[in-house]
Design a protein around this ligand. Sequence first.
Ligand code: NAD
Length: 280
Amino acid sequence: MAKLLEGSILASKIKEEIKLQVVSLKSKPVLASILVGDDASAAAYVKSQGKTAQGLGVIYKLHQLDKNITEGVLIDFILNLNADKTVNGIILQTPLPKTIDYKLVSECILPLKDVEGMHPLNMGKLFFGRANMVACTAGAVMELLNSTGVDLYGKEVVVVGHSEIVGKPLMLLLLEKFATVTVCHIGTSKAGKLEEHVKRAQVLIVAVGKANLIKGSWIKEGAIVIDVGINRVGDKIVGDVEFEVAQKHAAYITPVPGGVGPLTVTILMRNLLQAIKLQK
Ligand code: NAD
């Protein structure tokens, strides 16, 4: 039976380190959060960020903007935060209203304040193995992998999902560790090849958003399974991997909820401290 990789335990350890660093600063770190409109999932994420920030001594400044805001006004708002020396980090909550181009607007965030690690400059640094701030979910997955003590060198790692916030940055972080990385996506499934790839994964990371996409019987004996997916099924939250069967084959597996999720916000706060160092 697999050992559970619980994000909250790891998050508590990292938070203790963050708290120590925060008290050593001259002034409290300030994280500006921009929430446009009234999306329920974004509002829930904001609440969790605010609570984590408070527990760490970080000032969380929430800016709630009208859903009818124009792209131009939103960009001006961000430019003001860029120029504000009291603000250390900026996070633009998603999803944004359909009238706003996320890529265009998020690129206006000063790279040194981009605590989500999504600015092209920060992504580019990741490409060259010189990342300052790594996309939070990808960073959380790497922390979980690191906590197993398993050396990734030469391991067959399969990532399912190639989004810009999870799969793509992970691919680069895993290559840094000299893992042999295969990235699967919808095209892999459509070609009928997903099972074949998953079955040979010594490390499997899934970030798709489809409940039970990965059958438990596909998991290689002794594999490490990191399930990033969050899906609501009835009144339950489940991941993308068929957990009950998968845990019989894996050596390590993340529960959903309670795996990657609790760590993501912690990595965001760690990025904020990194941002402060860079701003100095
Ligand atoms: P996305 O929609 O941007 O990307 C989905 C990826 O899955 C794409 O690469 C797509 O090609 C692939 N895909 C879709 N259907 C597929 C199929 N049938 N077979 C194989 N691949 C398929 O998603 P995202 O933003 O990366 O999020 C993915 C999941 O991770 C969601 O459930 C999201 O809620 C969750 N998530 C969790 C956290 C966390 O902190 N725990 C953070 C971010 C995202």
